[in-house]
Design a protein around this ligand. Structure first.
Ligand code: FAS
Ligand code: PHB
Length: 400
């Protein structure tokens, strides 16, 4: 480490990772186990990162990766393997059994726990994770010596690296570093959000319930047998503090089938927040020596439980490409990373968009649109072919 009057020059690393959420942490764990040096720059404290309540459903590909990198222990012990889910339309409710349909399942295990498990594993492996860094900037990404600079404890630092992984989410600096002349951004904003609560109450059913009702969408989910996660569709500009717990429980009951509502065990919310819904994709997902992963490159509405899982498949592709470069001195994986990742991103984007359209009430929907939604729902309920397609998408499309 050397310094001049302005910068502390850190030792060069092979891969600098901006962002210590699931994307950055999983990539670091994979690189570290492969002997590829990396460091993580995270804007927030670890406590803050671990306070986020987000995704709840893991695809098989995500589960396999966590097990392969030695982070599957707690998940296998505390996670809940789900063979299906329930869909309801008014008082009509039916089960989609993924296992019977296509022999696959999903794991219900919160993103918060995945993040905690990855942090613990990285601490054991000694990977440097710099928290509370400020003013992270990316430089010279179109050269063979890209740099990252940041401020830490009032001192500016610089780190030269071979590659930068932009894992800094939708609002991070990485995507913004790709020149506008190169980037194409595709976006669909929805006129509603999800108001979610976490409560120390037993889930109302053993499986998740996706419910469409004339009053709006509702989702009954969980984290474990004594921790429930519920969501209701609310207007896009709604604030969580506009809703008391009583108002939430009362509205949730009105959006679930009668025989389910009667069983809901209510209790105080231990977390309450509104998540905006949007579909967004940035193309390309790489430029020069910068590679975007996860929310830095794309955002899906949480309806299809794809956000975290797409981050995991991006990391799979990028890790394999970096390993090919360092082990076999071949750059073809890196050159193809964006196209490879985007093929799966767009297919998952389609499913999330489609399920969002099926399950939500759109303020500008005409009576025709409403009839189409009902027809779509009836077709899904009655057609094994449609159910197999749903199961294939929900449990996770293949990586290759
Ligand atoms: P993340 O946003 O998780 O992590 C990016 C990290 O980069 C953060 O820790 C951030 O602090 C850091 N960062 C940002 N700017 C930085 C800077 N300038 N310098 C350094 N670090 C910086 N997905 C689902 O599947 N189901 C859900 O129910 C669901 N609910 C969600 C609710 C909310 C409110 C949000 C925002 C997302 C939700 N998601 C959900 C999607 C979510 O799970 C993401 O897909 C997942 O967190 C993606 O992980 P990352 O790509 O690591 O991005
Ligand atoms: C969750 O439990 O947070 C969850 C589950 C399934 C979804 C979205 C969110 O589709």
């Amino acid at each position: 480490m050397s310094s001049n009057k302005d910068f502390v020059r850190e030792m060069r690393v092979q891969v600098a990772i901006v962002g210590g959420g699931p994307s950055g942490l999983l990539l670091a764990q994979k690189l570290s186990r492969a002997g590829i040096e990396c460091q993580i720059l995270e804007r927030r404290s670890r406590r803050y990162v671990l306070s986020r309540i987000r995704a709840g459903v893991l695809e098989r590909g995500t589960v396999d990766q966590l097990r392969q990198v030695g982070v599957g222990g707690r998940m296998d012990f505390q996670g809940l393997e789900h063979h299906g889910c329930l869909l309801s339309d008014g008082d009509q409710i039916f089960s989609l059994n993924f296992h019977k349909l296509i022999g696959k399942s999903v794991m219900v295990y919160g993103q918060t726990e995945v993040t905690r498990d990855l942090y613990d594993a990285l601490d054991r492996s000694g990977v440097v994770i710099r928290h509370n860094v400020e003013e992270v900037s990316l430089h010279d990404i179109d050269t063979d010596a890209p740099r990252v600079t940041w401020q830490e404890n009032g001192q500016f630092h610089e780190m030269v690296c071979d590659y930068i992984a932009g894992c800094d989410g939708f609002y991070g600096p990485s995507r913004a570093t790709i020149p506008d002349s190169v980037k194409h951004e595709f976006e669909r904003s929805y006129p509603f959000g999800w108001l979610g609560i976490l409560s120390k109450t037993p889930p109302v059913e053993d499986e998740l319930i996706y419910s469409r009702s004339p009053r709006g969408f509702a989702l009954a989910s969980m984290r474990n047998p004594s921790l429930s996660r519920y969501y209701i569709q609310v207007p896009a500009d709604e604030k969580a503090d506009q809703w008391s717990d009583e108002q939430f429980w009362s509205e949730l009951r009105r959006r679930l089938p009668e025989k389910v509502s009667q069983k809901i065990v209510t209790g105080p919310s231990i977390e309450k927040s509104v998540a905006p819904l949007r579909s967004f994709v940035c193309e390309p997902m790489s430029y020069g020596r910068l590679f975007l992963c996860g929310d830095a490159a794309h955002i899906v509405p949480p309806t299809g439980a794809k956000g975290l899982n797409l981050a995991a498949s991006d990391v799979h592709y990028l890790f394999e490409a970096l390993r090919e470069y360092y082990d076999d001195q071949s750059s073809s994986g890196l050159q193809n990373y964006s196209d490879t990742a985007l093929r799966r991103v767009w297919k998952s984007m389609r499913f999330s968009w489609s399920l969002t359209h099926l399950m939500h009430i759109f303020p500008n929907h005409t009576r025709f649109d409403a009839r189409i939604q009902i027809a779509e729902f009836r077709y899904l309920r009655q057609s094994t072919a449609a159910q197999r397609a749903f199961a294939e998408n929900y449990t996770g499309l293949p990586y290759h």
